[in-house]
Design a protein around this ligand. Sequence first.
Ligand code: UD1
Ligand code: UDP
Length: 381
Amino acid sequence: MFLKKIKVMTVFGTRPEAIKMAPLVLALKKNKNFEALTVVTAQHREMLDQVLKTFNIRPDYDLNIMHANQTLGEITANVLKLLNKVLEKEQPDIVLVHGDTTTTFAAGVSAFYQKIPLGHVEAGLRTWNKYSPYPEEMNRQMTDVLSDLYFAPTKQSKKNLLREGHAEKKIFVTGNTAIDALNETIRDNYRHETLKKIDPQHKIVLLTMHRRENQGDPMKDVFLAVREVLQSHPDVDVIYPMHLNPKVRKIAREVLGNFERVHLIEPLDVVDFHNLSAKSYFIMTDSGGVQEEAPALGKPVLVLRDTTERPEGVTAGTLKLIGTEFDDVKKEMEKLLDDQAAYTEMSEANNPYGDGHAAERIIESLNYFFGNQKKRPVDFQ
Ligand code: UD1
Ligand code: UDP
Protein backbone atom coordinates (compact mmCIF):
# COMPACT_ATOMS: atom_id res chain seq x y z
CA MET A 1 0.00 0.00 0.00
CA PHE A 2 1.26 3.50 -0.87
CA LEU A 3 1.86 5.48 2.31
CA LYS A 4 1.22 9.18 2.15
CA LYS A 5 3.84 11.27 3.94
CA ILE A 6 1.83 13.45 6.30
CA LYS A 7 3.09 16.94 7.09
CA VAL A 8 2.16 17.53 10.73
CA MET A 9 2.76 20.83 12.47
CA THR A 10 2.60 20.84 16.28
CA VAL A 11 2.09 24.27 17.84
CA PHE A 12 2.49 25.00 21.55
CA GLY A 13 3.60 27.82 23.80
CA THR A 14 3.59 27.15 27.54
CA ARG A 15 5.24 24.72 29.97
CA PRO A 16 2.33 22.27 30.35
CA GLU A 17 1.65 22.10 26.61
CA ALA A 18 5.34 21.44 25.98
CA ILE A 19 5.52 18.66 28.58
CA LYS A 20 2.46 16.91 27.18
CA MET A 21 3.32 17.47 23.51
CA ALA A 22 6.93 16.32 23.94
CA PRO A 23 6.17 12.56 23.77
CA LEU A 24 4.16 13.15 20.58
CA VAL A 25 6.72 15.47 18.95
CA LEU A 26 9.47 12.90 19.57
CA ALA A 27 7.34 10.02 18.27
CA LEU A 28 6.36 11.97 15.13
CA LYS A 29 10.01 12.82 14.40
CA LYS A 30 10.96 9.15 14.61
CA ASN A 31 8.13 7.91 12.35
CA LYS A 32 8.83 7.76 8.61
CA ASN A 33 5.15 8.37 7.70
CA PHE A 34 5.41 11.93 8.96
CA GLU A 35 7.19 15.13 8.13
CA ALA A 36 7.10 16.72 11.57
CA LEU A 37 7.41 20.47 12.09
CA THR A 38 7.47 22.06 15.53
CA VAL A 39 6.37 25.63 16.15
CA VAL A 40 6.57 27.31 19.56
CA THR A 41 4.78 30.58 20.19
CA ALA A 42 6.87 31.04 23.38
CA GLN A 43 3.88 32.39 25.30
CA HIS A 44 6.20 31.22 28.09
CA ARG A 45 9.92 31.72 27.62
CA GLU A 46 12.16 30.32 30.40
CA MET A 47 9.55 27.78 31.52
CA LEU A 48 9.12 26.57 27.93
CA ASP A 49 12.85 26.45 27.26
CA GLN A 50 13.37 24.28 30.35
CA VAL A 51 11.09 21.63 28.81
CA LEU A 52 12.55 21.89 25.30
CA LYS A 53 15.99 21.33 26.78
CA THR A 54 14.92 18.34 28.87
CA PHE A 55 13.36 16.57 25.90
CA ASN A 56 15.97 17.82 23.44
CA ILE A 57 13.42 19.41 21.11
CA ARG A 58 14.63 22.09 18.66
CA PRO A 59 11.66 24.00 17.25
CA ASP A 60 11.58 24.77 13.54
CA TYR A 61 9.93 28.12 14.28
CA ASP A 62 9.98 30.20 17.47
CA LEU A 63 7.51 33.11 17.49
CA ASN A 64 9.04 34.46 20.73
CA ILE A 65 5.95 36.45 21.81
CA MET A 66 6.24 36.52 25.62
CA HIS A 67 6.48 39.80 27.47
CA ALA A 68 5.83 40.88 31.07
CA ASN A 69 2.18 41.43 32.04
CA GLN A 70 0.97 40.14 28.69
CA THR A 71 -2.80 40.32 28.25
CA LEU A 72 -4.99 37.64 26.71
CA GLY A 73 -5.68 39.95 23.77
CA GLU A 74 -1.99 40.54 23.14
CA ILE A 75 -1.16 36.82 23.21
CA THR A 76 -4.02 36.07 20.82
CA ALA A 77 -3.18 38.90 18.42
CA ASN A 78 0.54 38.08 18.32
CA VAL A 79 -0.03 34.38 17.69
CA LEU A 80 -2.54 35.12 14.92
CA LYS A 81 -0.23 37.61 13.25
CA LEU A 82 2.96 35.54 13.36
CA LEU A 83 1.63 32.01 12.94
CA ASN A 84 -0.30 33.00 9.85
CA LYS A 85 2.96 33.58 7.97
CA VAL A 86 4.37 30.20 9.01
CA LEU A 87 1.19 28.38 7.97
CA GLU A 88 1.09 30.16 4.63
CA LYS A 89 4.66 29.13 3.93
CA GLU A 90 4.54 25.54 5.18
CA GLN A 91 0.95 24.52 4.31
CA PRO A 92 0.91 21.47 6.63
CA ASP A 93 -1.66 18.68 6.18
CA ILE A 94 -2.72 19.14 9.78
CA VAL A 95 -1.99 21.39 12.76
CA LEU A 96 -1.94 19.82 16.22
CA VAL A 97 -2.57 21.88 19.35
CA HIS A 98 -2.78 20.86 22.98
CA GLY A 99 -5.10 21.63 25.86
CA ASP A 100 -6.49 24.97 26.85
CA THR A 101 -4.10 27.89 26.71
CA THR A 102 -4.47 31.05 24.67
CA THR A 103 -1.79 29.69 22.34
CA THR A 104 -4.02 26.64 21.78
CA PHE A 105 -7.06 28.71 20.87
CA ALA A 106 -5.21 31.28 18.74
CA ALA A 107 -3.33 28.57 16.83
CA GLY A 108 -6.69 26.86 16.22
CA VAL A 109 -8.13 30.06 14.76
CA SER A 110 -5.01 30.53 12.60
CA ALA A 111 -5.35 27.01 11.17
CA PHE A 112 -9.04 27.63 10.48
CA TYR A 113 -8.28 30.88 8.63
CA GLN A 114 -5.92 28.92 6.35
CA LYS A 115 -8.47 26.07 6.00
CA ILE A 116 -5.92 23.62 7.45
CA PRO A 117 -7.36 20.68 9.43
CA LEU A 118 -6.93 20.92 13.20
CA GLY A 119 -6.30 18.12 15.71
CA HIS A 120 -6.85 18.80 19.40
CA VAL A 121 -4.78 16.80 21.87
CA GLU A 122 -6.46 16.62 25.30
CA ALA A 123 -9.83 17.50 23.78
CA GLY A 124 -13.17 17.43 25.57
CA LEU A 125 -12.25 18.45 29.13
CA ARG A 126 -15.05 20.57 30.57
CA THR A 127 -16.30 22.34 33.69
CA TRP A 128 -19.16 23.98 31.72
CA ASN A 129 -18.41 27.12 33.73
CA LYS A 130 -17.37 29.97 31.44
CA TYR A 131 -15.13 31.68 34.01
CA SER A 132 -13.67 28.71 35.86
CA PRO A 133 -10.95 28.02 35.01
CA TYR A 134 -10.53 31.36 33.22
CA PRO A 135 -9.85 31.59 30.30
CA GLU A 136 -9.05 27.87 29.88
CA GLU A 137 -12.62 26.54 29.80
CA MET A 138 -13.56 28.70 26.83
CA ASN A 139 -10.19 28.12 25.14
CA ARG A 140 -11.04 24.40 25.18
CA GLN A 141 -14.60 24.81 24.01
CA MET A 142 -13.65 27.20 21.21
CA THR A 143 -10.77 24.97 20.09
CA ASP A 144 -13.10 21.98 19.97
CA VAL A 145 -15.58 23.91 17.80
CA LEU A 146 -12.77 24.45 15.29
CA SER A 147 -11.25 20.93 15.42
CA ASP A 148 -11.46 18.12 12.86
CA LEU A 149 -9.86 15.42 15.00
CA TYR A 150 -10.25 14.97 18.75
CA PHE A 151 -7.75 13.13 20.95
CA ALA A 152 -9.82 12.75 24.09
CA PRO A 153 -7.78 11.50 27.07
CA THR A 154 -10.64 9.63 28.77
CA LYS A 155 -14.10 8.19 28.10
CA GLN A 156 -15.56 11.07 30.07
CA SER A 157 -13.93 13.65 27.79
CA LYS A 158 -15.29 11.76 24.76
CA LYS A 159 -18.76 11.88 26.33
CA ASN A 160 -18.47 15.65 26.73
CA LEU A 161 -17.62 16.01 23.04
CA LEU A 162 -20.55 13.81 21.98
CA ARG A 163 -22.86 15.89 24.16
CA GLU A 164 -21.78 18.95 22.14
CA GLY A 165 -22.68 17.16 18.90
CA HIS A 166 -19.17 16.34 17.63
CA ALA A 167 -19.14 13.29 15.33
CA GLU A 168 -18.11 10.07 17.09
CA LYS A 169 -15.92 8.98 14.16
CA LYS A 170 -13.65 11.99 14.72
CA ILE A 171 -13.04 11.22 18.41
CA PHE A 172 -10.24 8.90 19.57
CA VAL A 173 -9.78 8.04 23.25
CA THR A 174 -6.03 7.98 23.74
CA GLY A 175 -5.18 8.41 27.44
CA ASN A 176 -3.24 11.50 28.48
CA THR A 177 0.26 12.09 27.11
CA ALA A 178 1.14 13.43 30.60
CA ILE A 179 1.47 9.80 31.68
CA ASP A 180 3.75 9.04 28.69
CA ALA A 181 6.02 11.87 29.87
CA LEU A 182 5.91 10.74 33.49
CA ASN A 183 7.10 7.28 32.49
CA GLU A 184 10.32 8.86 31.17
CA THR A 185 11.16 11.03 34.16
CA ILE A 186 10.91 9.06 37.42
CA ARG A 187 14.33 7.94 38.71
CA ASP A 188 15.39 5.60 41.50
CA ASN A 189 17.60 7.17 44.19
CA TYR A 190 16.58 10.67 43.14
CA ARG A 191 18.35 13.56 44.91
CA HIS A 192 17.73 17.32 44.93
CA GLU A 193 19.43 20.15 46.81
CA THR A 194 16.17 21.24 48.49
CA LEU A 195 15.78 17.73 49.93
CA LYS A 196 19.16 18.12 51.65
CA LYS A 197 17.73 21.04 53.65
CA ILE A 198 14.80 18.98 54.96
CA ASP A 199 14.88 16.57 57.91
CA PRO A 200 14.36 13.11 56.30
CA GLN A 201 11.73 12.31 58.96
CA HIS A 202 9.59 15.28 57.90
CA LYS A 203 6.57 15.07 55.64
CA ILE A 204 6.86 17.12 52.44
CA VAL A 205 3.93 19.02 51.02
CA LEU A 206 4.49 20.11 47.42
CA LEU A 207 2.61 23.31 46.55
CA THR A 208 1.97 25.04 43.21
CA MET A 209 -0.47 27.84 42.48
CA HIS A 210 -0.69 30.15 39.48
CA ARG A 211 -4.20 30.42 37.98
CA ARG A 212 -5.46 33.84 36.94
CA GLU A 213 -8.71 33.47 38.94
CA ASN A 214 -6.70 32.67 42.11
CA GLN A 215 -4.34 35.65 41.91
CA GLY A 216 -5.02 38.06 44.78
CA ASP A 217 -7.13 37.15 47.84
CA PRO A 218 -7.68 33.41 47.09
CA MET A 219 -3.93 32.87 46.88
CA LYS A 220 -3.31 34.92 50.00
CA ASP A 221 -5.90 32.91 51.97
CA VAL A 222 -4.34 29.60 50.92
CA PHE A 223 -0.84 30.74 51.88
CA LEU A 224 -2.06 32.01 55.27
CA ALA A 225 -3.68 28.63 55.94
CA VAL A 226 -0.42 26.87 54.99
CA ARG A 227 1.46 29.06 57.50
CA GLU A 228 -1.00 28.29 60.27
CA VAL A 229 -0.85 24.52 59.67
CA LEU A 230 2.96 24.57 59.64
CA GLN A 231 2.99 26.31 63.03
CA SER A 232 1.07 23.43 64.62
CA HIS A 233 2.95 20.70 62.67
CA PRO A 234 6.70 20.94 63.32
CA ASP A 235 7.39 17.80 61.24
CA VAL A 236 6.11 19.24 57.96
CA ASP A 237 7.99 21.14 55.22
CA VAL A 238 6.43 22.84 52.21
CA ILE A 239 8.22 23.07 48.85
CA TYR A 240 6.78 25.71 46.52
CA PRO A 241 8.41 26.06 43.08
CA MET A 242 7.03 29.46 42.20
CA HIS A 243 5.63 30.16 38.74
CA LEU A 244 7.54 33.01 37.02
CA ASN A 245 4.47 35.26 36.89
CA PRO A 246 5.51 38.33 38.98
CA LYS A 247 1.97 38.68 40.39
CA VAL A 248 2.16 35.17 41.84
CA ARG A 249 5.68 35.54 43.20
CA LYS A 250 4.85 38.81 44.98
CA ILE A 251 2.04 37.24 47.02
CA ALA A 252 4.04 34.07 47.70
CA ARG A 253 7.00 36.07 49.01
CA GLU A 254 4.83 38.42 51.07
CA VAL A 255 3.02 35.64 52.92
CA LEU A 256 5.45 32.72 52.87
CA GLY A 257 8.86 34.36 52.37
CA ASN A 258 11.35 33.71 55.19
CA PHE A 259 8.83 31.46 56.90
CA GLU A 260 10.40 28.50 58.62
CA ARG A 261 10.06 25.20 56.73
CA VAL A 262 8.69 26.85 53.55
CA HIS A 263 11.06 26.42 50.61
CA LEU A 264 10.24 29.01 47.95
CA ILE A 265 12.24 27.88 44.94
CA GLU A 266 12.48 28.56 41.21
CA PRO A 267 10.33 26.59 38.72
CA LEU A 268 11.64 23.05 38.59
CA ASP A 269 12.74 21.18 35.56
CA VAL A 270 10.02 18.61 34.81
CA VAL A 271 12.28 15.72 35.84
CA ASP A 272 12.79 17.40 39.22
CA PHE A 273 9.12 18.23 39.61
CA HIS A 274 7.99 14.67 38.89
CA ASN A 275 10.58 13.19 41.25
CA LEU A 276 9.81 15.67 44.03
CA SER A 277 6.12 14.85 43.54
CA ALA A 278 7.02 11.20 44.06
CA LYS A 279 8.92 12.10 47.26
CA SER A 280 6.12 14.26 48.69
CA TYR A 281 3.52 13.21 51.25
CA PHE A 282 0.78 15.06 49.41
CA ILE A 283 0.35 17.85 46.85
CA MET A 284 -1.61 21.09 46.92
CA THR A 285 -2.21 22.72 43.55
CA ASP A 286 -4.47 24.65 41.21
CA SER A 287 -2.59 23.21 38.22
CA GLY A 288 -4.33 21.11 35.60
CA GLY A 289 -1.47 18.82 34.65
CA VAL A 290 -0.48 18.06 38.22
CA GLN A 291 -3.99 16.66 38.80
CA GLU A 292 -3.24 14.04 36.13
CA GLU A 293 0.26 13.15 37.25
CA ALA A 294 -0.30 12.80 41.00
CA PRO A 295 -2.80 9.91 40.77
CA ALA A 296 -0.23 7.97 38.71
CA LEU A 297 2.24 8.47 41.58
CA GLY A 298 -0.27 7.56 44.29
CA LYS A 299 -0.12 11.05 45.81
CA PRO A 300 -3.24 12.69 47.29
CA VAL A 301 -3.98 16.13 45.85
CA LEU A 302 -5.86 18.98 47.51
CA VAL A 303 -7.11 20.90 44.48
CA LEU A 304 -7.12 24.64 45.20
CA ARG A 305 -10.02 25.41 42.89
CA ASP A 306 -13.83 25.48 42.94
CA THR A 307 -14.21 23.44 39.76
CA THR A 308 -12.21 20.81 37.92
CA GLU A 309 -12.32 19.57 34.36
CA ARG A 310 -10.60 16.42 35.61
CA PRO A 311 -13.41 14.70 37.53
CA GLU A 312 -11.97 11.21 36.94
CA GLY A 313 -9.37 11.75 39.66
CA VAL A 314 -12.05 12.99 42.08
CA THR A 315 -14.16 9.88 41.38
CA ALA A 316 -11.10 7.65 41.76
CA GLY A 317 -10.48 9.30 45.15
CA THR A 318 -7.02 10.84 44.64
CA LEU A 319 -8.16 14.42 44.04
CA LYS A 320 -10.20 16.47 46.48
CA LEU A 321 -11.63 19.79 45.35
CA ILE A 322 -11.26 22.10 48.35
CA GLY A 323 -11.43 25.66 46.97
CA THR A 324 -9.32 28.47 48.43
CA GLU A 325 -11.09 29.54 51.67
CA PHE A 326 -8.75 29.75 54.67
CA ASP A 327 -10.84 27.46 56.94
CA ASP A 328 -11.35 24.78 54.28
CA VAL A 329 -7.68 24.68 53.32
CA LYS A 330 -6.59 24.44 56.96
CA LYS A 331 -9.13 21.70 57.76
CA GLU A 332 -8.23 19.57 54.71
CA MET A 333 -4.49 19.88 55.28
CA GLU A 334 -4.91 18.86 58.92
CA LYS A 335 -7.06 15.91 57.92
CA LEU A 336 -4.42 14.53 55.56
CA LEU A 337 -1.62 15.12 58.06
CA ASP A 338 -3.40 13.81 61.16
CA ASP A 339 -5.88 11.18 59.97
CA GLN A 340 -3.98 8.15 58.66
CA ALA A 341 -7.13 6.38 57.37
CA ALA A 342 -8.16 9.44 55.31
CA TYR A 343 -4.63 9.68 53.92
CA THR A 344 -4.45 5.99 52.98
CA GLU A 345 -7.81 6.10 51.23
CA MET A 346 -6.65 8.92 48.96
CA SER A 347 -3.19 7.54 48.26
CA GLU A 348 -4.36 4.08 47.24
CA ALA A 349 -6.75 5.20 44.50
CA ASN A 350 -6.25 4.22 40.82
CA ASN A 351 -4.74 6.37 38.06
CA PRO A 352 -7.54 6.98 35.53
CA TYR A 353 -5.55 9.12 33.10
CA GLY A 354 -3.41 6.88 30.96
CA ASP A 355 -1.13 3.90 30.42
CA GLY A 356 1.86 5.67 28.85
CA HIS A 357 0.84 4.90 25.25
CA ALA A 358 -1.18 8.00 24.37
CA ALA A 359 1.31 9.33 21.79
CA GLU A 360 1.27 5.96 19.97
CA ARG A 361 -2.52 6.04 19.80
CA ILE A 362 -2.48 9.60 18.44
CA ILE A 363 -0.03 8.55 15.73
CA GLU A 364 -2.21 5.57 14.79
CA SER A 365 -5.25 7.85 14.69
CA LEU A 366 -3.46 10.25 12.34
CA ASN A 367 -2.46 7.37 10.07
CA TYR A 368 -6.08 6.18 10.07
CA PHE A 369 -7.47 9.69 9.38
CA PHE A 370 -5.12 10.20 6.42
CA GLY A 371 -5.71 6.70 4.99
CA ASN A 372 -2.32 5.16 5.84
CA GLN A 373 -3.93 2.61 8.13
CA LYS A 374 -7.17 0.67 7.52
CA LYS A 375 -7.98 -0.38 11.07
CA ARG A 376 -9.35 2.18 13.49
CA PRO A 377 -7.10 2.31 16.60
CA VAL A 378 -8.50 0.73 19.76
CA ASP A 379 -9.56 3.28 22.37
CA PHE A 380 -7.74 3.58 25.70
CA GLN A 381 -9.90 1.82 28.28
C1 UD1 B 1 -0.56 30.20 31.11
C2 UD1 B 1 -1.89 29.69 30.59
C3 UD1 B 1 -2.54 28.75 31.59
C4 UD1 B 1 -1.58 27.66 32.02
C5 UD1 B 1 -0.26 28.26 32.48
C6 UD1 B 1 0.73 27.17 32.77
C7 UD1 B 1 -3.23 31.22 29.22
C8 UD1 B 1 -4.12 32.39 29.21
N1 UD1 B 1 -2.78 30.82 30.41
O1 UD1 B 1 -0.84 30.98 32.27
O2 UD1 B 1 -3.68 28.17 31.01
O3 UD1 B 1 -2.17 26.96 33.09
O4 UD1 B 1 0.27 29.10 31.44
O5 UD1 B 1 1.79 27.63 33.55
O6 UD1 B 1 -2.92 30.68 28.20
N2 UD1 B 1 6.44 34.40 32.75
C9 UD1 B 1 7.82 34.51 32.64
N3 UD1 B 1 8.51 33.45 32.11
C10 UD1 B 1 7.93 32.30 31.72
C11 UD1 B 1 6.53 32.18 31.86
C12 UD1 B 1 5.80 33.24 32.35
O7 UD1 B 1 8.39 35.52 32.99
O8 UD1 B 1 8.63 31.41 31.25
C13 UD1 B 1 5.67 35.53 33.29
C14 UD1 B 1 5.56 36.69 32.29
O9 UD1 B 1 5.64 37.89 32.99
C15 UD1 B 1 4.15 36.51 31.74
C16 UD1 B 1 3.42 35.99 32.95
O10 UD1 B 1 4.35 35.12 33.59
O11 UD1 B 1 3.61 37.74 31.24
C17 UD1 B 1 2.11 35.26 32.67
O12 UD1 B 1 2.25 34.29 31.65
P1 UD1 B 1 0.94 33.84 30.81
O13 UD1 B 1 1.33 32.79 29.83
O14 UD1 B 1 0.23 35.02 30.29
O15 UD1 B 1 0.00 33.25 31.94
P2 UD1 B 1 0.18 32.01 32.88
O16 UD1 B 1 -0.40 32.38 34.18
O17 UD1 B 1 1.56 31.51 32.82
N1 UDP C 1 5.86 21.42 36.50
C1 UDP C 1 7.23 21.57 36.32
N2 UDP C 1 7.92 22.37 37.19
C2 UDP C 1 7.32 23.03 38.21
C3 UDP C 1 5.92 22.90 38.37
C4 UDP C 1 5.22 22.09 37.50
O1 UDP C 1 7.80 20.99 35.42
O2 UDP C 1 8.03 23.73 38.96
C5 UDP C 1 5.11 20.59 35.54
C6 UDP C 1 4.14 19.58 36.12
O3 UDP C 1 4.77 18.34 36.30
C7 UDP C 1 3.06 19.52 35.05
C8 UDP C 1 3.07 20.89 34.43
O4 UDP C 1 4.31 21.49 34.79
O5 UDP C 1 3.41 18.61 34.04
C9 UDP C 1 1.94 21.73 34.93
O6 UDP C 1 2.14 23.04 34.51
P1 UDP C 1 1.35 24.26 35.13
O7 UDP C 1 0.90 23.93 36.51
O8 UDP C 1 2.19 25.45 34.92
O9 UDP C 1 0.12 24.41 34.12
P2 UDP C 1 -1.33 23.75 34.05
O10 UDP C 1 -1.19 22.28 34.02
O11 UDP C 1 -2.09 24.25 35.22
O12 UDP C 1 -1.88 24.30 32.78
